[in-house]
Design a protein around this ligand. Structure first.
Ligand SMILES: C[S@@+](CC[C@H](N)C(=O)[O-])C[C@H]1O[C@@H](n2cnc3c(N)ncnc32)[C@H](O)[C@@H]1O
Length: 215
């Protein structure tokens, strides 16, 4: 029996901030029990930490988490990719990170720090996913949360690099399917699924789950 893990925000920003969305997401992962998880676009590392907590509850030490993010190195790209605002609306959080923690929560160091409990299970890669995914072995990932660049070309290329995941019966879960301000996400997913004859399921009106077509 796996203990009930609730999605926590760790006083940071996350895209799964709407009530119930984080728990919905964790339940999807819990159903599949992946061992090799990839998150493209880890931002402050909140979802990463939640996934590690869950995989640890399921598999003990026997899991791996890989995360990729630009970490603000390429400002022009970031703007085009519809990345979320990194500033907190709560001024106390700005003070806390600037003067007490003295760390930018949206940085490689801060994410590594948030995940330090799982330092033997994680690999955090700083870089553009379109480039990084061409240099790493993708076939062993059994679950991918794709939530990095939101531009049509970026999403489509990330998906193309991850085709082996689906072919090996893994899952790609894309966030922000059908966002009005980033229509390229839906366009890329629809095109990719059609081209490869993969299965597409829309969950909770925002996640696009891509799997192998078993028919
Ligand atoms: C919506 S946020 C991710 C939120 C995170 N998944 C969560 O659950 O809190 C998108 C992230 O993708 C990153 N990003 C955007 N374009 C990228 C790219 N081409 N390569 C890698 N990361 C990228 C941004 O830096 C940002 O941190």
């Amino acid at each position: 029996m796996i203990r009930n893990i609730k999605y926590k925000k760790y006083w940071r920003k996350t895209s799964l901030k709407q009530k119930g969305v984080g728990d919905f997401f964790l339940n999807l992962i819990k159903e599949k029990k992946p061992k090799n998880f990839l998150e493209v676009g880890i931002f402050h590392g909140v979802t990463a930490r939640n996934v590690c907590e869950l995989l640890n509850a399921i598999h003990g030490d026997n899991f791996k988490f890989t995360g990729i993010d630009l970490f603000m190195t390429e400002y022009e790209i970031l703007k085009d990719e519809f990345a979320p605002n990194t500033k907190f609306s709560n001024p106390l959080k700005n003070i806390y990170y600037k003067y007490i923690q003295r760390i930018n929560p949206y940085s490689y160091e801060a994410v590594k720090n948030l995940l330090k409990k799982y330092k033997n299970n994680i690999e955090i890669i700083k870089g553009n996913s379109n480039k990084v995914l061409q240099t790493i072995e993708t076939h062993y990932f059994d679950y991918v949360f794709l939530d990095g660049g939101h531009k049509y070309e970026t999403v489509l290329f990330d998906l193309k690099c991850l085709t082996k995941v689906i072919e090996n019966n893994g899952i790609i879960l894309c966030d922000d399917y059908d966002l009005t301000y980033a229509p390229g996400v839906k366009k890329a997913i629809d095109e990719y699924v059609l081209l490869n004859n993969f299965n597409l399921k829309i969950l909770n009106s925002r996640f696009a789950e891509i799997t192998k077509n078993l028919n």
